[in-house]
Design a protein around this ligand. Structure first.
Ligand SMILES: [Zn+2]
Length: 181
């Protein structure tokens, strides 16, 4: 099983690092290297990240809290998300004046991993209180979460290429064989 980045939001892509949630689940955050790779692929870092085993545990705890907050929120999960968001707020941007021109510069965070978690938690806070709907893919063998921002909020599949086309093919096949009966 591979990383998927079809959630439409970084916090949902994190939730989807546990694949096959409809079943027993397949863990993709298998260790520090896997988490470092995910953070890089998700765009949180450009250089090597000092990821520890503790970070992996924290990522999984945040991930599960985010998933529950977006479905059946409880106080404990809300606290965990809030704490992650507050742990490493993004450093404020600053102006740099060089050769008479202004440039915007964002200082590198002191702890890039905690800073990534904070951004993910902040994204979950926005999503949980925003207009978009969070859905679970309609394919019964998928379990991926995605953000439905379609105008009628009627998107069914995590992605057309992974699940949508399979479902269409199945429906077509079922119709064709029903005609034959
Ligand atoms: Zn799917």
């Amino acid at each position: 099983m591979e990383w998927v980045f079809d959630g439409g939001r970084p916090c949902l892509d994190l939730v989807n690092t546990l694949r096959s949630r409809h079943d027993d689940g397949v863990e993709l955050l298998t260790g520090p290297d896997a988490l470092a790779e995910w953070l890089a692929r998700a765009g949180f870092t450009t250089g090597p990240m000092p990821v520890t085993a503790g970070n992996v545990l924290a990522a999984k705890a945040l991930r599960e809290a985010i998933d529950r907050v977006l479905r059946e929120p409880e106080e404990m999960d809300v606290d965990l998300v809030n704490n992650a968001a507050a742990a490493a707020p993004a450093p404020p941007p600053r102006l740099v004046l060089a050769d008479g021109r202004l440039r915007r510069e964002v200082p590198a965070p002191k702890d890039p991993v905690a800073s990534a978690f904070a951004a993910l938690a902040a994204d979950a806070i926005d999503l949980a209180t925003g207009e978009a709907a969070v859905r679970i893919c309609a394919a019964d063998d998928c379990g991926l979460r995605f953000c439905d921002a379609s105008p009628r909020r009627n998107r069914q599949w995590c992605s057309m290429s992974r699940c949508g086309n399979r479902a269409k093919a199945r429906a077509h096949y079922a119709r064709a064989s029903a005609r034959e009966d």
